[in-house]
Design a protein around this ligand. Structure first.
Ligand code: ADP
Ligand code: NI
Length: 225
């Protein structure tokens, strides 16, 4: 009779981390390995504070960006699908595989500016951690690195929203990185889903806001009054 052996969680985590690192090592779109590593550690801290399942949280954090559309040539996000294939190979329970894949599917969905909220506590921890990495000193660094990788200017003072037909038109024509602050980064604090994530975001938000205001003050030489 074939004996059922449960996979060792630590072994699974190490193997998954190794595969993700190989895949994302050279990414310059803001999803490099160190983004994953930071999200992993913040998500685990949130999981501990919130009482979430640390194994599911760590797996989902490691896998959350493997299929990001910005890295794909065909525009399709295959993150959830790919995660399911990888995790099934380790013999994890179908429930665990499904839970992790659902989190990745939810995080990847970015259509029409709709903020997808996570149904499970584990998903909320991973999504909060991902959002926390988009604000604060690191988030600011990532935004300018992303803009640079697309050849975008930091700021374009001549582009005014009211001169364009629609907000979509404005976004398409300007594309300066500083716009990303008002479009997304400064709104993330309100979208945190766990109490500890909200507290954490508060400090990073304040720093981001201060940076934004100082950037514009220096741009207009208003900082040396
Ligand atoms: P996430 O890791 O949260 O899935 P995204 O895929 O939305 O993030 O973006 C990756 C990084 O690039 C984030 O730090 C994000 O703030 C930044 N970024 C995304 N779009 C823009 C943009 N239009 N301008 C500047 N930075 C951007
Ligand atoms: Ni991410």
């Amino acid at each position: 009779m074939k004996s059922e052996t449960l996979p060792d969680p630590q072994h699974v985590i190490e193997q998954v981390a190794h595969k993700v690192r190989q895949l994302l090592e050279h990414d310059a779109s803001g999803h490099d390995w160190w983004h994953i590593e930071r999200v992993r550690h913040v998500a685990l801290q949130l999981a501990q504070k919130e009482g979430a399942d640390a194994f599911v949280v760590e797996l989902a954090a490691l896998l959350h960006d493997i299929g990001d559309w910005k890295n794909q040539t065909d525009g399709q996000d295959r993150g959830a699908e790919l995660s399911r294939v990888w995790l099934e190979e380790f013999g994890l329970s179908p429930e665990t595989v499904q839970h992790v894949a659902d989190i990745i599917e939810g995080i990847s969905f970015k259509g029409a500016g709709v903020a997808t909220e996570m149904p499970t506590l584990e998903g909320k921890c991973v999504q909060d951690a991902d959002r926390l990495d988009a604000i604060g000193a690191i988030g600011i660094g990532r935004a300018f690195a992303f803009g640079g990788s697309r050849g975008r200017p930091m700021h374009d003072p001549e582009v005014k929203p009211e001169l364009h037909q629609s907000f979509e038109d404005y976004k398409r024509k300007s594309g300066a990185t500083l716009n990303h602050f008002t479009e997304k980064l400064l709104l993330l604090k309100e979208r945190m889903q766990t109490p500890s994530g909200r507290v954490w975001a508060e400090q990073r938000h304040q720093f981001t806001e201060e940076f934004y205001n100082r950037f514009l003050a220096e741009w207009d030489s208003r900082d040396m009054a």
